[in-house]
Design a protein around this ligand. Structure first.
Ligand code: URP
Ligand code: ZN
Ligand code: ZN
Length: 464
């Protein structure tokens, strides 16, 4: 059905103006100061966006939905995760495909895509994790890039023995990525240092969630970023540091940028909003706030917000990784090393950034759109189809009420996880209409769309 959005204030990464937007056949076909509804087909749905912002659909470039990890499996499926994304204003997801070290990459791609394809209500693509780099894996990775349009890799320098890649493979992978124009996203923490620190703390009887941060301090993350950047410098590969949490890690990325390394930096909502004191809460409550890299000392947040404001940090993702408190996080009751890592934030991201970033003056609205949508589209080969409001772009739009008050809670969350890290928090701002290729998929906190509407977005490598 054609759609007309009237009287909205359009906010993109660069512009801020009032106009009407007309969408038909899944794309934006007209943007004009005033479009007369009576001149349009009779079945056109008209949305009055007076007093509201109109944003390009938000993109979350770092989510985990299907995730076998730390002896458990993340609790969302593509239906619940995409519904949660939509009511929060996110219309495109980039999920990490994380196979085990013995799995074949092509089989993993097929497994993840078979789960997402019938069930996703948002458009989606993947970062392909590289956890092995033998001849078979290399051939299959090339096919995943060229035949299936997956133009980004993911590597882990952390999670020793499970996901991490050794230095010889790291060099060869980045060499291959460079020659194919593929950007490599990376979890940058030194796996061996963490392993040693964890053993030391546990042997001293320091087993609670409050010891998670001391087991992987900021220096361990900064070393990881420096390490990755060194290999990127040697190979010319383009890199992207995921969930960058602290001043020394951001500084390591900036230092490498100054040496000419092509590095992009991602922040995630939990690190911007929550600090280490949440993971220090008694009675194992802190386990809800265990993620890696860990929540940090609060002053690191100034660096992250200022990094976004200055453009040093390009994107805000969630690193949504939902594990139940009741029967999954509890696996780490006797040792924090066994708490599945993750702080689910998919539904909450945009309202958190609007409430704590924009309304406090830390970043402006254009920066919010750039960091939560446009930059991800540019970096990962989706722009201008995604991340823009322009004629010919997909009609992924968010009509956002900046004055709507609502309270975050597990009760209203569409993720299947059994807790909300932001329980009871008052938000100012909420998506009132969310469209995916012209179809309304969410209205004011409710999913109203179709499961399975989401399409796999094939991307071309651009990072030569
Ligand atoms: O704590 C986190 N980040 N969990 C998900 C896996 C990862 O490292 O991204
Ligand atoms: Zn990670
Ligand atoms: Zn992650």
């Amino acid at each position: 059905m054609p759609l007309l959005i009237k009287n909205g204030r359009i906010i993109t990464a660069t512009d801020d103006y009032c106009a009407d937007i007309y969408c038909e056949d899944e794309t934006i076909t007209r943007i004009e100061p005033s479009i007369d509804a009576s001149s349009l087909p009779a079945d056109t749905e008209v949305i009055d966006a007076t007093g509201k912002y109109v944003f390009p659909g938000f993109i979350d470039p770092h989510v985990h939905i299907h995730l076998p990890f730390m002896g458990s499996n993340a609790i969302d499926d593509h239906e619940s995760a995409s519904k949660a994304a939509l009511v929060g204003g996110t219309t495109t997801l980039i999920e990490m495909i994380c196979p085990g070290p013995d799995d074949e990459p092509l089989a993993a791609f097929n497994e993840w895509n078979a789960l997402a394809s019938p069930s996703s209500a948002v458009d989606y693509t993947f970062h392909m994790a590289v956890v092995r780099f033998d001849d078979l894996a290399q051939d299959q990775l090339k096919s995943i890039v060229t035949d299936h349009g997956i133009a980004s890799f993911k590597i882990f320098l952390a999670y020793k023995g499970a996901l991490n890649l050794d230095d010889a493979d790291l060099f060869d992978l980045l060499t291959m990525a460079k020659s194919h124009g593929v950007i490599t996203t990376a979890h940058c923490e030194n796996a061996d240092a963490i392993d040693a620190m964890q053993s030391k703390l546990i042997s001293e009887g320091k087993t609670g969630p409050e010891w998670h941060e001391p087991s992987r301090p900021v220096s361990v993350e900064a070393e990881g970023v420096h390490h990755l950047a060194t290999f990127a410098e040697l190979t010319g590969a383009h890199i992207y540091t995921v969930h960058t949490s602290c001043t020394p890690a951001v500084q390591a990325a900036v230092d490498s940028k100054l040496r000419g390394v092509n590095v992009w930096v991602e922040a995630v909502a939990p690190h911007l909003i929550l600090d280490e004191t949440y993971a220090q809460q008694p009675n194992f409550e802190g386990a809800k706030y265990v993620m890696s890299p860990p929540l940090r000392e609060k002053s690191n947040q100034d660096t992250l917000w200022n990094g976004l404001k200055s453009g040093v940090i390009s994107t805000i993702a969630t690193d949504h990784a939902p594990f139940n408190f009741g029967d999954q996080k509890s696996m780490g009751k006797d040792a924090f090393t066994k708490i599945p890592n993750g702080i689910p934030s998919l539904q909450e991201r945009i309202d958190l950034i609007h409430t704590f970033g924009v309304l406090t003056g830390k970043i402006d609205l254009n920066t919010m759109v750039n960091a939560c949508s446009t930059n991800a589209a540019r970096i990962f080969g989706l722009y201008p189809r995604k991340g823009s409001i322009s004629v010919g772009a997909d009609a992924d739009l968010v009509v956002y009420d900046p004055n709507a008050k609502h309270t975050l809670s597990v009760e209203t969350s569409l993720s299947m996880v059994d807790y909300n890290a932001y329980e009871g928090w008052e938000m100012t701002g909420q998506a009132s209409i969310v469209t995916v290729r012209g179809q309304i998929q969410a209205r004011a906190g409710q999913f109203v769309g179709s499961i399975g509407r989401g399409r796999l977005l094939k991307r071309k490598p651009t990072h030569f």
